[in-house]
Design a protein around this ligand. Structure first.
Ligand SMILES: [Zn+2]
Ligand SMILES: [Zn+2]
Length: 334
């Protein structure tokens, strides 16, 4: 009889499922990839087969302009991978289409979270706690200092600043996949129904969200809009566009950024952000530890992020944990 969990192996470039000859979120092109979600550090192009949710496959098609070998799996659906391994895709609450993957083999259950959060998000279904033996979690914000405030507070700050500056616009830097649409959907929920102006790089992803049933209200392109029309309005752009020439076409923008990293003042200052908004699509420290308690696995494996404090927390709570030395997973703007 083989050792427990010897069928699943963390390699530096991803997690391998040996009997099925498949990988989870591999950092290099492989014959067969199971992909948790569409962010570029998890969803690379060029695989022979890509098994993912329909929304993740649509996002990958938009980004890589090809859908060769795409195999869709709905939430709650179980697929046989061969070699006695099955995979079930379960909502992760991170971005549209994001999934945890439950692998079952020889009576052993392993859950790979991909990136996730526990807060409500109007753009995707919530994370589901799934009992398992081995829980493989991210730890992007795995330090006690990372506590994300309620998003309603951050959205209220944004709307207050907009109202206070009728001659300027508020320019919000937000990750083009997920963060931008979540901020827009939350603004709509808070009763802001005026047009929101977009950097051209976000247009297609916003349309994709709408195709999957996420209403974003009236969106206009900055490129099609006279400068004066954007006074007193909200404009959304990728974080990389915050400081570049493009923003000169805007009326005296107040620079904001929506990111979990805005908790660190120095990061906000470095980027010249006047209005830091602590909005993250990742679990904060309390969500990470609460999730481990709720899932209650025999063992936790930590994929990427700040793993030291989370390892220590496991020791203090008499829980088994190990850090996996995976490379190439970055969530710098999330
Ligand atoms: Zn992600
Ligand atoms: Zn990630």
């Amino acid at each position: 009889m083989s050792a427990p969990f010897s069928w699943i192996r963390p390699d530096p470039h991803g997690i391998r499922i040996l009997p099925a000859n498949a990988w989870i979120d591999p950092a290099r092109p492989v014959d067969r990839a199971l992909v948790t979600h569409g962010h570029a550090d998890h969803a690379r192009g060029g695989h022979g087969e890509t098994i993912a949710t329909p929304a993740t496959l649509a996002i990958m098609k938009l980004r890589y302009a090809t859908s060769a070998g795409a195999i869709p799996v709905e939430y709650g659906e179980t697929v046989a991978l061969g070699g006695g391994v099955s995979a079930t895709y379960i909502p992760a609450g991170h971005v549209l289409g994001s999934a945890q993957i439950l692998l079952e083999h020889a009576g052993e259950r392993v859950v790979i979270t991909g990136d996730y959060k526990r807060r409500a998000d109007p753009t995707c279904p919530p994370f589901e706690v799934t009992p398992c033996d081995v829980f493989i979690t991210e730890a992007t914000f795995g330090l006690p200092l990372f506590t994300h405030p309620p998003i309603e507070e951050e959205i209220a700050k944004l709307l207050a600043r907009m109202g206070a500056e009728p001659d300027r616009c508020v320019l919000v830097g937000a990750y083009a996949l997920g963060k931008a649409q979540r901020v827009i959907a939350e603004l709509r929920q808070a009763g802001h129904h005026a047009p929101i102006y977009l950097h051209g790089a976000m247009e297609k992803m916003c349309h994709l969200y709408e195709d999957f049933g996420v209403g974003l209200g009236e969106l206009r392109l900055v490129a099609d809009t006279p400068k004066d029309e954007m006074r007193g309005a909200i404009v959304v752009c990728p974080p990389s566009a915050l400081g570049d020439r493009w923003s000169r076409r805007l009326p005296d923008p107040v620079t904001a950024m929506a990111s979990g990293w805005m908790r660190v003042r120095q990061r906000a200052r470095q980027r010249g952000v006047e209005l830091p908004l602590v909005i993250s699509d990742h679990a904060d420290w309390h969500e990470l530890t609460r999730t481990v308690e709720e899932v209650n696995p025999a063992e936790t494996w930590i994929t990427h992020g700040r793993e030291e404090a989370l390892l220590r927390w496991h020791q203090l709570h008499q829980r088994r944990a190990r850090a996996l030395a995976l490379v190439g997973y970055e969530d710098e703007d999330d």
